[in-house]
Design a protein around this ligand. Sequence first.
Ligand SMILES: [Zn+2]
Length: 410
Amino acid sequence: MDTIIIKNATLIGGQTADILIRDNKFAAIKPNINFQADKTIDATDKAVIPAFYNAHTHAAMSLLRGYGEGLNLADWLSAVWKKEATLSNEDYYNGTRLAALEMIKSGTVFFNDMYFKSPLVLAAVRDMGIRARIGMTFMDSMNSETYNDNIDFIEHFDRTNNEMIDIAIAPHSIYTCSSELYLKCFELAQKHNLTLHTHIAETQKEVNDCLKEHRMTPVQYLSSLGILNSRTIAAHCVHLTQQDAEILAANKVTVVHNPCSNMKLASGIFPYKLHKAAGTHIALGTDGSASNNSLSMLGEMKAASLLAKVSSQDAQALPAEEVFKWATSNSAQAFGINAGRIEIGYLADCLLIDLNGVSFVPEHNIISSLVYASDTQCINSVICNGKILMENHIVPKEREIIAAAKKFIK
Ligand SMILES: [Zn+2]
């Protein structure tokens, strides 16, 4: 299918238009487009909005949802690492497909992953038709075979059409990677022009240990290694000084806020006002299913906005429109994906939202209803790169994916 026409769509501003998708881009957006497309979608009583881009997750952890409850990050990590050691190759494939299914059903068309067994993650992503940045995870504890497999995968990965699937270099964190490993990862990222994806300043313990060992905060430490730049994706950035936030902003690092995971693991409160004052580029992510426990960006947007308001005791903090931007265009931009807007020339990623659903009545403000009132049921259809991934709530292979994941649990 090369052309899709979406008829009578409501746009975010409330106006009605037809939208023509040619190949993988928006080709025309105006009322009454007269064009015989390969596929026509009637969007009467539906809004067409940008899809979501999940800027930090661990997809195959979907199989561990509900495991390791009631633990803080340090205890949770040791519980989860033990469980991960029992996962088979098939589990990584099925877990990634389960995560991608959950993401598609909740309107997400891209995820920035950090996990293991990349060839299987890649196969699952291709199978689901979603976009992804597959993080090649590095830790001091990995054996030489896994390390060499990662290097081999990076050296031979075909990066043509990298708007759909690309790889990233993902040193896990400063408490699992030595400075030598970070520098090696940075060298790989520079050599192959890849993003570098890492966890930074997630807990107070991480900051305290770093101050003790290096007499620097985690941000100062990574800055001193020279690895912070516009291709760095820094998950969490919860425990920061003003100077840390300024370093991140000056180096054009993308900070990924994961409010549900930070609250559930009792890691801390994201310093919204500090980031805002420094002008850091912020995107939104869910983190993995074992610490959230959902991959829905709708829940994440609501949590982020409410957390910013209550923690700053300012009802104007992080309005719905701003957090929606974090989840869409800010995130796409961080990964060099020309998407996140319903505009001519942009990649054709979008959601059809059911405006007859109770959350959208009355229709005063589509974005505030989406962020504060809706749930995933409002998402009727999902288009990614000009291809329909879900139509009228149906994702092909859904039953098969769920059955395969349930087999693991048994
Ligand atoms: Zn994480």
